[in-house]
Design a protein around this ligand. Structure first.
Ligand SMILES: *[C@@H]1O[C@H](CO)[C@@H](O)[C@H](O)[C@H]1NC(C)=O
Ligand SMILES: *[C@@H]1O[C@H](CO)[C@@H](O)[C@H](O)[C@H]1NC(C)=O
Ligand SMILES: *[C@@H]1O[C@H](CO)[C@@H](O)[C@H](O)[C@H]1NC(C)=O
Ligand SMILES: *[C@@H]1O[C@H](CO)[C@@H](O)[C@H](O)[C@H]1NC(C)=O
Length: 480
């Protein structure tokens, strides 16, 4: 009697005193030449205590691997699918049946959100998705209702922070971007009516990348920056100011209570002078500390719901935004932690590496030692290797930025060789390359060995592998 009474009191007090903690998830993208097998990633998520993932599509094997893990899942609909889902309720119903209902019912996947589109109003898309995003969102919501899933699964639409702006450069001037304001209000009202959150991606790194005069300390959470006073409310970091600009925009339009999810937040480790392990650790660890107390932002106190961007590096992403784009992971492509990051979810206070990763052989493709840098075969070979491999770790201020000319060329050759599964013919740059068993890595520059390709099951593998070989053969022939 007495003990159960004490327990009830303790629990009640705990519930009142401890605010709901902020919780951290991760974005799991798969635009990689060699994605890790989904089962390995799910085990890695569990061992690292990451309870939520955000996906960019709805790959069958990924979802199946998440089944019974208990991990909360946000499945995604790529922008390219918005038009068809907007024009056909049947297509939306099929999408929900195949990519949500089946996985919930047969694989026990804990799907909680459907992300309709990914930053569809980004200015670089030139308005391509302006007319299809909302009808697609509405059709998916109707389909969820018809499938009886509307209480468990909420719709949302991850947007870049560029959908809002400020009339006075401070958070208090926040409102939706003038040229899409009506559309934004329609979407926000629809989300609000259906219990869906506002999902926003916030990137201090990009602000720093785009503006050489951006105050570096303001991107981080160390409290060293000159505070910005917004009518007496002080801001010490860009994240709070940006988030509160959204809070003000929502308040101004009558949605002050709308839940917000930070869909993407993070810092890349390579491909730019400001993208390195030191800054990434400082930013991500600073963000964890910033949200851990459940203190929130000046305008919206309370827990913050966020997904780190991202879980694993993706070597096949477009470099149009910048070379850093392939280096956002807290883990490398093969599931190794890049630095000590304490998410507050492991006993060691550090990230735990992926288990059971299978590598190709310990060998590399390099430039032959006796070849001259001005050999006429070198320049076209390097540009070919870099166009199909990944040379984003070369360049000023990057992890391989200190290589000499020959090492540079070897890096390019090796990247192409590894991405092509160490095929013999992928190290046959005419008379200027050779395979070596000596690791050419130096200092911060890692010459990777690729992991075994994952085909998502034997049958699919055979169908896929043959065209790949043919494509590689044709590409090699057409160049040499
Ligand atoms: C389910 O999602 C996958 C991956 O995004 C997509 O390719 C497929 O077309 C979807 N299925 C349906 C029936 O829409
Ligand atoms: C957007 O417009 C610019 C300039 O007109 C063009 O270079 C770019 O390719 C367009 N992008 C898309 C996604 O249509
Ligand atoms: C190595 O390659 C990078 C990227 O192509 C280039 O910027 C750099 O100047 C090269 N370094 C040397 C020593 O050739
Ligand atoms: C490669 O080297 C050999 C012997 O040095 C020479 O005969 C051949 O023409 C060279 N091939 C190319 C493509 O340069």
């Amino acid at each position: 009697m007495r003990w159960s009474f004490v327990a009830v009191v303790v629990l009640t007090v705990a519930a009142v005193v401890c605010p709901k903690a902020s919780s951290i998830g991760a974005n799991w993208g798969t635009q990689a030449s060699h994605p890790l097998p989904p089962d390995i990633v799910v085990r890695m998520l569990r061992e690292n205590g990451i309870q939520k993932v955000k996906l960019f599509d709805a790959e069958y094997d990924t979802l199946r691997a998440l089944g019974k893990s208990g991990i909360e899942v946000m499945v995604g609909i790529p922008n390219e699918m918005l038009a068809s889902l907007a024009s056909s309720l049947k297509a939306a119903e099929k999408w929900v049946a195949k990519n949500v209902s089946t996985h919930i019912k047969t694989d026990n996947v804990n799907i909680r959100y459907v992300a309709v589109g990914n930053e569809p109003f980004l200015s670089t898309y030139n308005g391509s998705y302006l007319t299809t995003t909302f009808p697609a969102l509405r059709n998916i919501q109707i389909a969820l209702i018809r499938a009886g899933l509307q209480n468990q699964v909420k719709v949302t639409c991850p947007l870049n922070a560029d959908v809002y702006e400020s009339s006075n450069t401070f958070p208090s001037g926040g409102d939706f971007r003038a040229n899409i304001r009506d559309l934004m209000i329609t979407i926000v009202k629809f989300l609000s009516d259906n219990g869906g959150p506002f999902t926003v991606n916030i990137y201090p790194f990009i602000s720093l990348y785009n503006d050489a005069n951006f105050p570096v300390d303001y991107a981080f959470f160390d409290g060293n920056s000159q505070p910005v006073s917004d009518g007496g409310t002080f801001y010490y970091n860009m994240f709070d100011a940006n988030y509160d600009t959204l809070v003000h925009a929502l308040e101004k339009n009558g949605f002050g209570n709308m839940p917000i999810i930070v869909g993407e937040i993070g810092w890349p480790t390579d491909g730019d002078k400001n993208a390195n392990v030191e800054f990434a650790k400082k930013f991500n660890q600073g963000f964890m500390a910033h949200i851990s107390g459940g203190k929130g932002t000046p305008r919206r106190p309370g827990p913050i719901d966020a997904y780190l961007f991202s879980l694993i590096d993706e070597d096949a992403k477009s470099v149009q935004p910048g070379y850093f784009e392939r280096h956002w992971g807290i883990f490398t492509f093969d599931g190794l932690p890049k630095y000590v990051l304490n998410l507050g979810t492991t006993n060691t206070g550090a990230l735990i590496q992926a288990k059971g990763v299978r590598y190709l052989q310990r060998k590399w493709c390099v430039m032959k030692p006796n070849v001259r840098l001005d050999d006429p075969q070198v320049a076209p070979s390097v540009s070919y290797a870099c166009s199909l491999g990944d040379c984003t770790s070369l360049g000023v201020g990057t992890s391989c930025g200190n290589l000499d000319g020959k090492e540079n060329i070897s890096y390019a050759f090796n990247s192409y060789y590894q991405i092509n599964d160490q095929l013999d013919m992928a190290c046959k740059f005419p008379n200027i390359s050779e395979v070596t068993k000596t690791d050419p890595s130096t200092g911060t520059c890692r010459f990777p060995i690729m992991i075994e390709p994952y085909y998502g099951g034997a049958v699919q593998g055979q169908v896929f592998f043959f065209p790949l070989l043919v494509a590689v053969a044709i590409a090699m022939l057409s160049i040499f």
